[in-house]
Design a protein around this ligand. Sequence first.
Ligand code: KQY
Length: 363
Amino acid sequence: MDTPLASTPADDGYRMPGEFEPHSGCWMAWPERPDNWRENARPAQEAFAAVAEAIHVSDPVTIAVSNAEHDRARALLSPGIRLVRLPSNDAWMRDIGPTFVTGANGGLRAVDWRFNAWGGDHDGLYDPWDLDDEVAAQIARIEGVERYRAPFVLEGGAIHVDGEGTVYTTEECLLSPGRNPKLSRASIEAGLKRYLGARKVLWIPRGVHLDETTGHVDNLIHVCAPGVVALTWTDDRTDPQHERSREAFECLSAARDARGRAIRIVRLPMPGPLTMTRAEAQGIETADNGMVREGGERLAGSYANFYIANTRVVFPLLDERNDATAAAILAGLFPDRQIVGVPGREILLGGGNIHCITQQVPA
Ligand code: KQY
């Protein structure tokens, strides 16, 4: 089982289901690196624990944790949340975990993408990233499922799917020089289709302004159902996000998905603009080959960065002026699920949000 399969999911009739399809569980990882999470990651650990508890009401949660942090995590979490001793360089399970694919016969398999910390030697966020790159294979082993090792760099946050043949991504991210500089757009598109069991790739130009992942699609949009997309939006034409969101809106309005449907686009307000305070920045340690944080820097906050659990949608509370509006829009998009807000600022300070720290296991 530790040797990757030589075929691809498309060869074997597997596909990545939409996140809105049923789950058997959800994986997360425990934050601890002090050069990304302020005050030795203690506030972030509380935020991650709150996300885990909110999801666990609906989807059984497993958290990967280092030996050093195991007991602390155990003390903070409900007994029903499973902890697995599995080290990583940081805690972005969407990006370091496997993307699960399912077969028509109900089989479950894992896709293990190559991971290079969002840009490798070109503009990666830290070095080394070797533990992160091992996580997907370890999770496949723990879940007892066979694994495909994709021959190119990709993170789970760089893609969204509708489960019916459509992949959504951004050019800014997947054509960035730090990921697959030797691959053409056509080969990346072919790789996405083969490893996600998809037929059509919709390329949105850019992601969220100043997103340090270089434009992850999961911070800009969320696929809520086949043919229905939530898009982060600001009406403020002077804000750099306006042009990015408008481009995405125009691109998706003109597109047809793999089934030939027009896409319904629902706008979610952009929180803020939000910035890191000087006190928050001072609580983050500086390290060689790590991230640099400064007070006043703008944060890439987005309500689109939520997790669709079986019975609820867990979204980040980011801005009192907009949280209730975001919740009301999500309630309209997900009438059969409870909408649950969890404080998201501490996660945002690390560079992402709830979608970035979770990875669903399809039922
Ligand atoms: O957004 C994500 N999927 C990951 C964010 C990584 C930030 C690292 N500091």
